[in-house]
Design a protein around this ligand. Sequence first.
Ligand code: PRP
Ligand code: URA
Length: 232
Amino acid sequence: MREDILRKENELIVDYHEIERLEPTTHIYNGHSLIESKISIMRDISTPSSIFRKLVEEVTKLMAFDAFSHLGLEDKEVTTPICETVGKKISGKKQVLVPILRAGLAMEQPMKDIVPQARTGFCGVYRDEVTLKPQKYFWKMPKDIENREVFVLDPMLATGGSADFTVSELKKIGCKSIHFMGIIAAPDGIELMQRKHPDVELFIGHLDKGLNKNGYIVPGLGDAGDRIFGTK
Ligand code: PRP
Ligand code: URA
């Protein structure tokens, strides 16, 4: 990468540090050719909202390949055009998708395409622009959520405050099996989640370098909600 670009990126970061330890439950796809190339188009300020949203969907589906790889299977009889055989179907716990409003909404449909039986709960939080602390404004979960496997969806894991808040609230209502899926993360967000929720599996498209003084991920992609919904 060009030296001058690297220098500019690094100058923006308030607290640059490497993550000391990535837990085995943290899955990061830096270097994955499809995910890297799609995220680079998302980062580009000139990428229009319609393409940005499409790329959120594509990256979510690529990560879902891994996030769902542990789902249990049971036998199922199938008649092919050639013979009878024993195939497989997904068994065990059903899933609940929990998009964090607003930006997480764009990750819900691609996940639903893959697990159409999943239910959806909504967590509305926004970051206070000054304190960067999450402010809750909406909460609606399916009734039997505590018996299901929960996938919290949000493209951005920056300070980690919004994800931590959502996961903590889900635990309070009895959820035991929780996963988090995000497209870009800062080291701060990963560290907070690993420390406070070591039981939660993290699936992250790209680990970036750090946060700037406004709490935005560097190099990041800007405000994901604004880019998805064209609000700026
Ligand atoms: C963004 C993003 C996350 C949060 C991440 O939402 O979608 O929810 O910030 O930052 P954190 O890790 O520091 O909490 P935002 O508050 O901008 O709301 P929006 O999706 O409605 O734009
Ligand atoms: N929220 C966003 O949408 N982008 C960031 O870079 C940080 C938080």
